[in-house]
Design a protein around this ligand. Structure first.
Ligand SMILES: Cc1cc2nc3c(=O)[nH]c(=O)nc-3n(C[C@H](O)[C@H](O)[C@H](O)COP(=O)(O)OP(=O)(O)OC[C@H]3O[C@@H](n4cnc5c(N)ncnc54)[C@H](O)[C@@H]3O)c2cc1C
Length: 394
């Protein structure tokens, strides 16, 4: 690895490749694909944990656990990610009292830069660095996560004026899981909450499947967003309720090809930031063609988690366009909003687009220096740094 010659300069690992921030671009590295390294290693019912190979998808894990009468404590809006990839970037769901998925990690087995195979467990002081590692601490081969007994959730959905939601955020945050999405250019949002219930889920989920994604996350010209969003808010927000298996209740309607960014801001600033966001969109005539997704987590302990030591509100602004069609029309609103959320103490989602320089990111994370030092100790030659990570963590 020291003889760099014409060879790639290091190693990276790709999971399912859903991170579009540059984390899984080759960028001078050899990328390993562990997608076939999948399956359950073991379940420990006494400790209530599951150990899974790194390339297993969340979907496969959820199905396996359900068959065993178990479940993950939380779930993101999609389940196509690998377990290793989801954890590496602090992927989150919307459980106002729970941290990111990384907070449910108990141990990690990895191949370190010196070739040694190490198991790091949550009783080691450095484990909070490993919880969210962005691929720069080693090749993760297996992970152990908390599980809970399988359960069902009653999920309710209702259209609600944005102002009313912002006035009652504390109430919404009492739900086990819950959040809302706001339709830009309108005053309307759709609130969802999901709470445990003793009721059984029907074999085929009840209720309508909703509008096609191409409509709710429309690919029309951004200028068409206002009328489309008004209609979408009316249709998607009709009041309804149903019982679902816990992981299925937490999945969202998200297009698999999208571009966008997401910031975690302190929950205490959420109402003010969202109000400013809505005002800015109107005042500056910004056109955003997808609903803004608002979700919540509790504080967690991972050094590089956007939820580190603070109850967090995540705001996701997405656009269903492939990157190659990114244009000024698309990016101008996002740089304005990126600045706005950064001013509200925002920490960008690692997997998504943002406009922050590494020094700016560093100032947002109290344990940043500790992470950089640990990374240098574990990987002095920067074997696991591609160009993207090198800029931040060299
Ligand atoms: C449609 C869509 C919906 C999404 N929904 C959510 C959501 O609800 N909540 C949320 O927080 N995020 C969400 N995300 C972001 C997503 O969860 C992250 O991008 C996640 O990291 C993707 O997992 P992956 O398996 O694709 O990993 P990749 O994107 O392939 O990799 C992510 C990182 O993990 C590292 N990595 C992967 N496997 C290993 C390994 N075995 N060893 C070492 N490092 C490894 C990679 O090097 C990279 O740094 C969404 C993304 C998309 C595209």
């Amino acid at each position: 690895m020291r003889d760099r010659g014409n060879r790639a300069q290091g190693i990276g690992v790709a999971g399912a490749g859903h991170s579009y921030a540059g984390l899984v671009s080759p960028a001078g590295r050899t990328l390993l694909d562990l997608i076939r390294h999948k399956g359950i290693v073991s379940i420990d019912r006494a400790r209530m944990t599951v150990t899974v190979k790194a390339g297993t998808s969340l979907r496969a894990l959820n199905r396996h656990l359900a068959a065993e009468g178990l479940a993950l404590p939380n779930q993101s809006a999609i389940d196509e990610q690998t377990v290793a990839g989801a954890v590496a970037t602090a992927t989150h769901g919307s459980g106002p009292a729970m941290g990111t998925l990384s907070s449910h990690l108990r141990s990690v087995r990895l191949v370190a830069a010196d070739g040694a195979v190490r198991t790091v467990t949550d009783d080691e002081p450095e484990f909070d660095a490993v919880r969210v590692h962005l691929g720069c601490l080693g090749v993760v081969t297996a992970l152990t996560l908390d599980v809970v007994p399988a359960h069902t959730l009653r999920k309710t959905i209702a259209r609600t004026p944005l102002k009313k939601i912002l006035g009652g955020l504390d109430e919404l945050r009492k739900a086990r899981y819950g959040g809302f999405w706001w339709y830009p250019h309108t005053s309307q949002a759709v609130v969802w909450r999901a709470d445990p219930t003793g009721e059984a889920a029907p074999p085929v989920p009840s209720g309508s499947r909703g509008l096609p994604q191409a409509f709710t996350n429309n690919r029309l010209s951004p200028a068409a967003a206002r009328p489309v969003h008004s209609l979408a808010a009316r249709i998607e927000g009709r009041a309804r309720s149903g019982v679902l298996r816990c992981d299925e209740a937490l999945l969202g309607s998200v297009p698999s090809r999208l571009q966008g960014f997401e910031y975690g801001i302190p929950v205490a600033r959420a109402a003010e930031a969202i109000t400013e966001l809505a005002d800015t969109v109107t005042r500056r005539g910004l056109r955003i063609n997808a609903p803004v997704d608002v979700r919540f987590t509790g504080a967690d302990s991972a050094w590089l988690s956007p939820s580190y030591q603070r109850d967090t509100c995540y705001l996701g602004v997405t656009c269903a366009l492939p990157a190659r069609r990114m244009s000024d029309t698309w990016s101008q609103p996002f740089s304005v909003i990126d600045d706005l959320l950064a001013r509200h103490e925002g920490r960008p989602h690692w997997a998504k687009v943002h406009f922050r320089e590494p020094s700016d990111l560093a100032a947002r994370y109290p344990r940043w220096r500790d992470f950089v030092e640990l990374r240098r100790r574990w990987d002095p030659d920067g074997v696991f740094l591609g160009d993207y990570l090198r800029a931040a963590f060299q």
